[in-house]
Design a protein around this ligand. Structure first.
Ligand SMILES: Cc1cc2nc3c(=O)[nH]c(=O)nc-3n(C[C@H](O)[C@H](O)[C@H](O)COP(=O)(O)OP(=O)(O)OC[C@H]3O[C@@H](n4cnc5c(N)ncnc54)[C@H](O)[C@@H]3O)c2cc1C
Length: 388
């Protein structure tokens, strides 16, 4: 592209959401540039690593609704690219019987006719002997849920985007955005111009939004990603269809604990605490709080007796969390041609293809395929800082 190219869209940030947005725009024949500050692939944002859970077990119906199409879009991408991105494992949801969240999740699954199996206290240990069900807790398995192969998914979305003529420029950090009918995006390598810009900068969203006079109530949290060794190799393995799990609350923790069967590191199961500690995304290694790991150790010792109760590997990843933990999918309140996808609050990966579709619809002025009112910026009202 020459220096005076005006793109239809510049997408800033090549995590899962930016990559799928760029891909979606390129599918609609839009001349699109995807900019990424780091050399790709990288592990400094939120989308890296081998695995993520895909599930409909939500306490809100609107997420479950979007997931029907999401599963289809993941399958379509697998077919188009000839790669495997999803593996069905089922998802075991455990929580105090009659607790609000657990009941809501069950009701979402029922209402949406998701194949599920309710396990009784009596037959639980027969079906899932590797897990101890807490006293007074219920358990259901969402059958179609499973694992998405995250790094491979990102690489695939980016490759498909490029096949359609899309341009990716990595190691190119956006340092300024100048709004206008044609938006100017400044990087150390020069300027790019576009009729629309999408900001999908993950934990750096507010840093970029500052150039447009907007600040969202986002908190960046460092998550300790822990892998736990099987005492008997293979006992929690993806190939043996050991399910993913969510423990909604338990004696060790009010916050969710979740796990994925061993896959990326043979013999190591991934189990994490669904909340972290505030961090600057550029200095996340300076956040060294590990009190979440202490909680996990106690939980693993009590409920997953086939695992060593001490993590064998600890990696890190970032959540960007909104006050209500729902996403931000909206146009900029002042500049109509700047679209924002942010605040995915630790559960956005599975929605990548739908987020891409929705953000591309917002960019092109089309009616969004889903009701996006839960994701609008105006819900924050008093918490949104605008210098304009
Ligand atoms: C440990 C962990 C487990 C998770 N588990 C699940 C799960 O099981 N299921 C699920 O659905 N979701 C899960 N998630 C959440 C999911 O991974 C995130 O919601 C998703 O990855 C967010 O993607 P993103 O594109 O918004 O952000 P990112 O992946 O962080 O992408 C933003 C990109 O923007 C780039 N960028 C920022 N600023 C600039 C700039 N100035 N110039 C150029 N580029 C810039 C960054 O470098 C980065 O590459 C998990 C997250 C974590 C951390």
């Amino acid at each position: 592209m020459s220096a005076d190219t005006v793109y239809d869209c510049v997408v800033i940030g090549a995590g899962v959401q930016g990559s799928f947005t760029a891909y979606s725009l390129a599918k609609k024949n839009k001349k699109t540039l995807l900019l990424e500050q780091f050399v790709l692939p990288h592990s400094r944002g939120s989308s890296h690593g081998q695995t993520r859970i895909i599930r409909k077990a939500y306490d809100q119906d609107f997420y479950a609704h979007m997931l029907d199409e999401c599963y289809e879009l993941w399958a379509q991408l697998e077919k188009e690219a000839g790669v495997r991105l999803y593996r069905q494992t089922g998802l075991l949801v455990m929580g105090p019987e009659n607790s609000r969240y657990y009941e809501l999740v069950k009701s979402t699954l029922q209402k949406n006719k998701v194949p599920m199996v309710a396990l009784t206290k009596e037959n639980f240990s027969k079906h899932i002997p590797q897990v101890h069900l807490s006293e007074g807790h219920g358990a259901v398995v969402e059958v179609p849920a499973g694992v998405l192969f995250a790094d491979r998914a990102l690489k695939t979305a980016q490759a498909q985007f490029q096949k359609l003529g899309g341009v990716i420029r990595d190691k190119e950090m956006v340092t300024d955005i100048k709004p206008g009918p044609v938006v100017t995006v400044v990087t150390p390598s020069g300027v790019h111009r576009a009729t629309s810009v999408v900001i999908t900068a993950g934990p750096w969203a507010n840093r970029l939004l500052a150039h447009t006079g907007l600040q969202l109530p986002l908190e960046v949290e460092k998550i300790n990603v822990c892998y736990w060794k099987e005492k008997v190799p293979g006992s929690y393995d993806i190939r043996k269809r050991f399910p993913c799990f969510i423990q909604t609350e338990c004696e060790e923790s009010k916050e969710h604990i979740y796990g994925l069967p061993s896959n990326e590191y043979p013999g190591l199961m991934k189990i994490c605490y669904h909340a972290g500690f505030e961090a600057d995304p550029d200095k996340r290694d300076q956040q060294t709080n590990t009190s979440d790991i202490d909680i996990l150790k106690r939980y693993v010792a009590r409920c997953l007796p086939g695992l060593e109760p001490k993590p064998a590997v600890v990696e890190s990843c970032l959540y960007t969390v909104t006050p209500d933990r729902h996403f931000v999918l909206d146009r900029h309140p002042i500049y109509n041609n700047i679209v924002i996808g942010a605040g995915f609050s630790g559960h956005g990966f599975k929605f990548g293809p739908i987020i891409g579709k929705l953000l591309s619809e917002l960019t092109l002025g089309e009616v969004p395929s889903y009701d996006i009112s839960p994701f609008r910026i105006r819900r924050f009202q008093d918490k949104t800082k605008s210098a304009l």
